[in-house]
Design a protein around this ligand. Sequence first.
Ligand code: TYD
Ligand code: MG
Length: 456
Amino acid sequence: MAKPQIQYVCQSCGAVYAKWAGKCEDCGEWNSVVEEKSSAAFSKVSNISGKKGVREIEITGLDKPTDLTSYAPTGIKELDRVLGGGLVSGSGVLIGGDPGIGKSTLLLQLAAAIASKGEACLYITGEESVEQIKMRATRLGLGKSPIAIAAATSVKDILHTMKKGSSPRAVIIDSIQTMYLDSVESAPGTVSQVRSSAYELINFAKQSGAAMLLVGHVTKDGQIAGPKVLEHMVDTVLYFEGERGHQFRILRSVKNRFGPANEIGVFEMTEKGLTEVENPSALFISESHGNVSGSSIFAGIEGTRPLLVEIQALVAPSFLATPRRAVVGWDINRLAMIIAVLGTRAGAQIYDKEVYLNVAGGLRVTEPAADLAVAASIMSSLGNIPLPGQTVIFGEIGLSGEVRKVAHADVRLKEAEKLGFSRAIVPMGTKPKYKTNNGFILTEINHINRLKECLV
Ligand code: TYD
Ligand code: MG
């Protein structure tokens, strides 16, 4: 047997070095390069599943039927929406999220939903004991559910067991960072272990037709820990997000080979686990909106779904040389840009003030279409003048202060009307292609210096 070689692998991006380095040249991360003993670990791993030597590959036609049954709905509608219709057999799904956000809870509920349809689902935990899972299931009211559970961390043992029995409909691995292959000589959680374990598990899924759901830990900056290749290996990457203090949880698809990416599912964490929220629009608006300065309602789109969200701003005098800026649920760099544009193009003196921005309800907004709502909230707080009541707002702001049109204006306006809003501040040239309600006022603006006129 060849002597295991020592190599140095970046735990953040998976780059391999011959020598240790304090900083990864590939991804720029510090202190992420770790010694790993793995002489061609990956090729050794590949030999476990197949026979040594050469095999003929199977060639088929694109028009020939295959045994992939597509989109079996799981029974949890919000999850099905994010998956693009349901679980695809033979697919790999990676679910990331902060610790304690509810990944294990969601997957246990998923396992119960599948099991309740009479299909086999295997839940393998590497983090908790079987008793702990049982306790959680009882708390969720699923104590009597016929879910097959096991506590294991050896991928070889798991595969051996699964190959012996009849193949389950879905396999849940909680989490991929706790799994290991004894043929790879590094600790569980390292890049080579995570990569090789995932490779073997996904390979099993492809061969058996089971859907493989892998839980992935996230690093402190919110990425799924381990190499990016993990995200390339699977068909679907989902992130479970939300503010710990809020009860709402958003499941977001960032990659999906079987459906639209960026789709969201909304859940509420209750004492009895996660419940689905089918009409989330009204959730992210606080009760007391209207007639308070610094608050505006943004008509947003998440995936294919319209969502009204309240954006709150507070502009306060600062006694610091560098005034404080803080955001929850939005990009701080984008906030800096809006403050600069408002200062330069609309004469709003904000540079010497503290600015706090908060997206209500724990949602994270990434759309540039929220620019105008953010600007409106800031202007409103700065002048202590509320925006007119029952008003939604959307539009993108350019560096010259122009307000640009955004996509899906009709969907945004329809949702606003549905929820009883009677006014919208929109970019110039936004013409609804449907007939709006009588009395619905559309205020079109082409530049942010017109924003002041919109405040009451
Ligand atoms: P968990 O699914 O263990 O999170 P993860 O696997 O992502 O680390 O969720 C744990 C949190 O969820 C914990 O803080 C308690 C809360 N929770 C509830 O509020 N209600 C419930 O019914 C359950 C099971 C958990
Ligand atoms: Mg967990």
